[in-house]
Design a protein around this ligand. Sequence first.
Ligand code: GLA
Length: 374
Amino acid sequence: MEKAEFVDTYGREPEGLWFAPGRVNLIGEHTDYNDGFVLPFALPQRTVAAAALRDDDRVRVSSAQQPADPVCFRASTQPGDVPGWAAYAAGVVWALTARGHDVPGLDLLVDSDVPPGAGLSSSASLECAVAVALDDLLGLHLDPVELALIAQQAENDYVSVPCGVMDQMASMLGRRGHVLFLDARSLDVEHVPCPLEEAGLSLLVVDTRAPHRLVDGEYADRRRSCEQAAAALGIGSLRDSTLDQAQSLEDDRLRRRARHVISENARVLEVVGLLRQGRIAETGPQLTASHVSLRDEYEVSSPEQDVAVDTLLAAGALGARMTGAGFGGCVVALVEAGAADAITEQVMRAFAEKPFDHPVTFVTSPAPGAGRLR
Ligand code: GLA
């Protein structure tokens, strides 16, 4: 986005341009809201926000993806005031004021190349872009972790989506060439090097373009099951249980949900251990094991994601798994760099034989987290 687009929309110059990326989760799925471990990385695809403060309390937000009149609301907005995409921006204004910061009116224009509804955290990238813009414009100098929590609060309490903290942390704290090892309980982070190119490897993302069917209700349902399993085990969260303990759960469904979370945390630690030693190629089997567990134990995969994973593996991927909340969306695979094109071809062919949409694929690598563009 150029400043001229802001001038066209609002008839004045923006005070700056800020950005925040989408994310892919390499491994550690449905673990963040169980106080567990995740290993996402920021994508080159990002939301850019141009903004300028106003001297009244009106907020106007526009999106290059939704060309219409700006959505208007007061800086003193409350949950329920603003519907649709603009609620993610309004939620950040609300979360900042809820934490005692003085937010005046502003004009905001956003433009994003993070595909919406693909499980690549387009919403977190929008929230975080607004959060870094306001942090800078208001001279708040908040810690990136605090900004991630503000973005998560916007989504949880303003938009009413009960997400964990992974997406916002990845968008705020991503680093080029590194994956983000996050302990969702302590919020400690370690940037773990992931030199794909040096290792002759690529990360291939397949956006199956399968719509997120029932994702909201199912996500909340999985969270509830985890809470029930933890309560039945007499612990605060599944982070603190072992597979042996999970086996003692009487309810078969809760037992399987708990087994996924516990084994997934162990897989994240295993992958981090391998990456710290530069053994990237050896992480493949853990990625695939994660998919099997999400498919069979946690039951959040979709037919499209299963076909993508099976085809990727049959075509020679070192590991492949669904990424994000599930029920449609993306798959991530670790492949030999030289084989990426041939493997992509196989996926295209497999999808053409099914009653599925055409997938979109891209090779990616970890990009920087949110910041000022200019
Ligand atoms: C969504 C949520 C995250 C996380 C993943 C599943 O992306 O926003 O917090 O729970 O699902 O791992």
